[in-house]
Ligand binder design. Structure first.
Ligand code: TYD
Length: 208
C-alpha cells in the first residue's frame, strides 16, 4: 500500500512549445519566495534509470519502437520517478512540481499512437502506485504554433506529424473537461506573466 502523504503535487502538461519549463521555474520561484519547500522535476529522465530511458525514448538512434514498448518504457520511467523523487518530496511536505506526468502517456501514447487510453491509464496507475496530482495545469497551444517555437532539432516525438500533435492536444483538453476540479487549462499564447499569475493563483489557492 502507498504511504500517506502531505505535500502538494502539481503537474504541468501540454503539447510541444507550450512553455512548460518556463512556467515550472516561475511557479517554483514564486512559491519558494513565500517560504514553501519546492521540488521541481520532469518526465522522462529525472532519475539515474530515467536518464537512460530518456535516451532510448527521445533519441533518433532508437528508430521506430512498437507503441506498447514505448508505453512501457515511459511507465518504467514514471515508476522510478515516483519512487525516487516525487513520493519522498511529498512525504517531506514539499510542493512537488513535475513537467509532464501520467496525462502525457494517456495523450501521447493513447491518443497520439492510438492505443486504448484506459489501458494506458491503468498501467500508469500501477506504475505510480496510484499517485495522482492534486492539480494538473494544461498549457494549451495549437500545435501548428507550438511546433514552430523550438530552437533545438526535433526529438523522436516532436518529429511526429501535425495530426499526431492535434490528437494529443484534443486529448489533454478532454481529460481536463472530464474532471475540471483537478485541472487548470491556460491559453499558452497569453503573455508569460499572465500565464504565470493564473497558475500561481490556482496553486496558491490549494495551499491556503
Ligand atoms: P521533453 O524534451 O522532456 O520536453 P517537453 O516536455 O518540453 O516536450 O520531451 C518529452 C517528450 O516525451 C515529449 O514529446 C512528450 C513525450 N512523452 C510521451 O510521449 N509520453 C509520456 O508519458 C511522457 C512523460 C512524455
Amino acid at each position: 500500500m502507498p504511504k500517506p502523504r502531505s505535500g502538494l503535487f502539481v503537474a504541468f502538461e501540454g503539447g510541444e512549445g507550450a512553455g512548460k519549463s518556463t512556467q515550472v521555474e516561475l511557479l517554483a520561484k514564486a512559491l519558494a519566495e513565500q517560504g514553501f519547500e519546492v521540488v521541481t522535476t520532469f518526465e522522462p529522465g529525472d532519475t539515474e534509470v530515467g536518464r537512460q530511458l530518456r535516451h532510448i525514448l527521445l533519441g533518433h538512434q532508437t528508430g521506430v519502437i512498437d507503441p506498447r514498448t514505448e508505453t512501457l518504457l515511459y511507465a518504467a520511467d514514471r515508476a522510478e520517478h515516483v519512487a525516487a523523487v516525487v513520493r519522498p518530496a511529498l512525504e517531506r511536505g514539499a510542493v512537488c512540481i513535475t513537467d509532464r506526468y501520467i496525462d502525457s502517456s494517456i495523450a501521447y501514447q493513447g491518443a497520439g499512437r492510438v492505443l486504448e487510453p484506459d489501458e494506458i491509464e491503468h498501467l500508469s496507475r500501477w506504475a505510480s502506485g496510484e499517485l495522482w496530482p492534486d492539480l494538473t495545469i494544461v498549457l494549451d497551444i495549437d500545435p501548428a504554433v507550438g511546433l514552430t517555437r523550438f530552437d533545438t532539432p526535433a526529438d523522436r516525438l516532436e518529429a511526429e506529424p501535425l495530426a499526431f500533435h492535434q490528437r494529443v492536444r484534443e486529448h489533454f483538453l478532454s481529460l481536463a473537461t472530464a474532471t475540471p476540479d483537478r485541472y487548470l487549462v491556460v491559453d499558452a499564447t497569453s503573455s508569460v506573466d499572465a500565464v504565470a499569475s493564473a497558475v500561481f493563483e490556482a496553486v496558491h489557492g490549494r495551499l491556503s
